[in-house]
Design a protein around this ligand. Structure first.
Ligand SMILES: [Cu+2]
Length: 506
């Protein structure tokens, strides 16, 4: 087209011709069950599109329907519904530049999904209920292969994506568009969730020792439930939990026990959940048989073959996300004859919380998937929340002369803990949670890997406040601390000093 002479006149003629062509076309021609050519009203509404039509075919409306599917290969995907793409997993969608592309997305399960195409600002919003539908409509302005995908954490990574192939020439509008000005993102933080509950498990909340008994059958029921929880004072976060607390309930059995393990996923859940117990000998530690939809229940049995302190966790993709959001606990398999008796037992687990907003931000914080991939948490926590075990309600308590045992595990998902109690040594460390290896004695700090645990024992001999930390002490500034209060009479032969800071145990 010669742009030197009368572009307005040329545009007018083109509009007229286009309108004339459209006028003699049926409003809607069914080409395939899934592809409709409709009157493209927008094509005549501005000259830019008209210019594009010179090199591109007549704009048409292209319709596709995609349904989410779980449990095939890949484990999560979109499947085509109707037309040429019927039954095709993650089908390639095609369109020309200038076409109106209409995609209907049906949620095929009660798990939260969506559909996004970054380049065209396409987003269905979150689909939370089974059979919920959303329709997106857009006009691609440039050719290329573009990815459509589910934006829920981990879903794209395990297969929920496909290609939209656009052919033709880029529209004049796209070619001539000035670069978009950089707009600084304005962070908007939602107010703290009004229904947020404490998700902190009290460290004294653990089952009684198994003791000396014969092997038996044990049934364990866990309920996966997603809740708004209190992460810090004035700060809330969406947690994934087993039974509403972090860590999940300690499971305590004996070697030789047969465990009948049931996972129920709460009807209010928006995710699948499952379980992988490190005490299990079998596929996925149970995860293969327990991918559980909201409102459903799964079960499997296993025999506890080895004694030890083992981590268990949700193993639904993104596994790291489900762990970071609170789905982990310990299963203690006691040896024959049980564990040596102690005066106090405690249950403490460390994990990281990945939020978009910086540490200390008030309001309802959002999970940051990229920060998790980068292993850059904002919070480090014992038992689920910032400084959770420093409160009067949840601190550890013992008396002078008593022997304390701490089952300590790291959910992670990513960071090793250098577990230490300020003001004490561990008399015994059952390193890496092994109960068949003789314990190390007189240890200051012990390493506990993600997905690992330890059992430490020590006698408390001097009253005061002791502080549980990860001796990577920067993490104390991000919420990682717990108090052990020891009451009783002073022991000046062991420790004597004039207290400078009231209440400080070190
Ligand atoms: Cu889960």
């Amino acid at each position: 087209m010669n742009k030197q002479v009368g572009p307005n006149i040329v545009a007018f003629i083109l509009i007229a011709v286009t309108v004339a062509i459209l006028a003699i076309m049926p409003v809607s021609i069914q080409i395939t069950p899934n592809t409709t050519v409709a009157q493209a009203a927008t094509a005549t509404s501005d000259t830019a599109n008209v210019a594009a039509n010179v090199t591109n075919p007549q704009p048409k409306t292209v319709e596709y329907t995609l349904k989410t599917v779980i449990g095939l290969t890949p484990p999560m995907a979109f499947t085509g519904v109707g037309g040429d793409i019927d039954g095709v997993i993650n089908p390639t969608l095609t369109a020309n530049v200038g076409d109106t592309v209409r995609i209907t997305v049906i949620n095929g399960d009660p798990v939260m999904h969506d559909l996004k195409i970054d380049e065209f600002n396409v987003f269905t919003g979150e689909l939370t209920a089974k059979d919920q539908e959303a329709i997106v409509e857009f006009v691609p302005d440039r050719p290329g292969d573009f990815v459509y995908y589910c934006n829920q954490p981990g879903h794209r990574q395990i297969g929920m994506f496909g290609t939209l192939t656009v052919t033709g020439e880029a529209s004049a509008e796209y070619v001539n568009a000035a670069p978009a000005p950089e707009v600084a993102a304005v962070a908007t933080i939602a107010p703290a969730a009004a229904d947020a509950i404490s998700i902190v498990r009290n460290p004294a909340d653990l089952p009684a020792p198994v003791g000396d008994r014969e092997p038996t059958d044990v049934r364990v029921d866990l309920n996966a439930v997603e809740v708004n929880g209190i992460l810090a004072d004035g700060t809330t976060f969406r947690y994934f939990t087993f039974d509403g607390k972090v860590p999940a309930p300690m499971i305590r059995v004996r070697i030789g026990d047969t465990v009948d393990l049931h996972i129920h996923n709460d009807t209010t859940s928006q995710m699948m959940h499952s379980i992988d117990l490190h005490a299990v000998t079998g596929p996925g530690g149970g995860a293969v048989y327990t991918q559980t939809m909201p409102g459903e229940e799964t079960a499997f049995t296993f025999k506890a073959l080895a004694p030890g302190v083992f981590v268990y966790h949700c193993a639904t993709p993104s596994v790291a996300e489900h762990i970071a959001n609170g789905m982990f606990g310990l299963i203690v398999v006691e040896p024959e004859g049980g564990l040596p008796p102690v005066d106090r037992e405690f249950y403490v687990m460390q994990s990281e919380v990945y939020t978009t907003e910086p540490f200390g931000t008030k309001g309802n914080l959002t999970f940051d998937y990229q920060a998790m991939l980068d292993e850059q948490p904002q919070y480090y926590v014992f038992n689920g929340a910032a400084n959770a075990l420093t409160t009067d309600e949840n601190a550890l308590r013992a008396s002078v002369g008593e022997t304390v045992r701490i089952f300590f595990g790291v959910g992670g998902p990513n960071k090793i803990s250098s577990f230490h109690v300020i003001g004490e040594m561990f008399d015994r460390v059952y390193d890496l949670g092994s109960l068949t290896t003789p314990p190390m004695t007189d240890v200051q700090t012990t390493l506990v890997p993600p997905g690992g645990a330890t059992m430490v024992e020590f006698q408390v001999q001097v009253p005061g406040r002791y502080i549980l930390v990860d001796h990577a002490l920067s993490r104390m500034e991000r919420g990682l601390a717990g108090y052990l209060y020891v009451d009783g009479v002073d022991q000046p032969d062991i420790f004597h000093g004039d207290e400078l800071t009231p209440g400080s145990g070190h």
